[in-house]
Design a protein around this ligand. Sequence first.
Ligand SMILES: Cc1cc2nc3c(=O)[nH]c(=O)nc-3n(C[C@H](O)[C@H](O)[C@H](O)COP(=O)(O)O)c2cc1C
Length: 377
Amino acid sequence: MGDTFLHTELCDMLGIRYPILQAGMGGNAIRGAVSNPELAAAVSEAGGLGVLGGAPWSVEEFAHSVKVLKSLTSKPVGVNLVFPGGDAIAGGSAQALAAKIPQEYKEFTRDILGELKVEEAERKPEPPHLYLTREVSLRKLEIVLEEKVSVLVYSLGDPGPEVIDAAHQAGITVIALAGTVRQAVRLKAEGVDAVVAVGYEAGGHSGYIGTLALTPQVVDAVRPLPALAGGGISDGRGLVAALALGAAGVWVGTRFMLSHESATVPWMKQLALDATDTSTVKSKFVSGKPNRHLRSPWDDAWEEAARKPLPIPLQGLLFWDYFASVTEARAYEVSGETMGQGVGLINEIRPAKQILEDMVAEAAEVYKELGGRFTAG
Ligand SMILES: Cc1cc2nc3c(=O)[nH]c(=O)nc-3n(C[C@H](O)[C@H](O)[C@H](O)COP(=O)(O)O)c2cc1C
């Protein structure tokens, strides 16, 4: 059987062969983005849409990464930016932001490290959280417009209709992530071209509604716009299930994190290979917004103390002190890596092209098998 059953309106909209989008992944690479130019290019070359994780870079690093990505493929590619809204704190230097963190929160971090018998690292890599601000994202957007990247995918907040208009004027397709039907409806009204329903299972930031429940509700709410499903989709079975729910495509992160190309360092990949269905937790303690990652003593201590997390990016900066210290001490198992519940399905690191091709081949088998199972008579 061919793979034509996988062809959806999303493929036509984006000019891609398969309705598989590799999710934008920032954090977790120590420096730079998990979905780096090499991963995004490999996915686009294989017929999906690769998406650069644009959030954790400085503006200069981001500009360079977009150029590298465009030099690696002439196929359509995407870029993910975040636009933290709500109570997010405006940007500033590391020192200025650190000054906004209450002393008792800093002491609490030291106490957790003390319990673990880990010394606070003296020199830490620059925290990616410095760049999780609306103003930095707006500067990156100018680069996206100039470079005419095919697709802008945004998450964690709302850039406003003027950003969507500017992207459209530059011929860029705009996709946005939603964790609730309400958000999806608002995004549609603002003029996005497609919406990703990101379920509770997802690695990184998402809402609290499971992919199975959220996807068909978002599909119905944004029609005739295409909706995609994200969260917990790691193989061909997940792909077919998403299509059965009415999704026009899938948004896959954790599976592509465990690829040869991703910038995730080897010990993080090993932690993910060892992880099971119960290894992750969703908490606000690593960034200030609900985020799924490996459960660690960090989560336990915050939960037990019933402490209110600080807003973006302050909580992330605080977590960075913990993360940088435990990783320097090689206490990797308590590092609280970002990944989704689907990680329990993944037991091999593969090239991105193979991941995509395996997903397509498995989807074809599942589709055929299901057809046979339900044949009348
Ligand atoms: C390591 C990692 C880093 C992520 N970083 C970002 C990010 O920077 N911006 C963003 O919008 N989503 C980020 N996400 C969430 C993904 O875009 C996507 O919604 C999620 O991975 C989908 O669920 P899955 O991991 O179960 O496939 C990240 C996810 C992972 C696993």
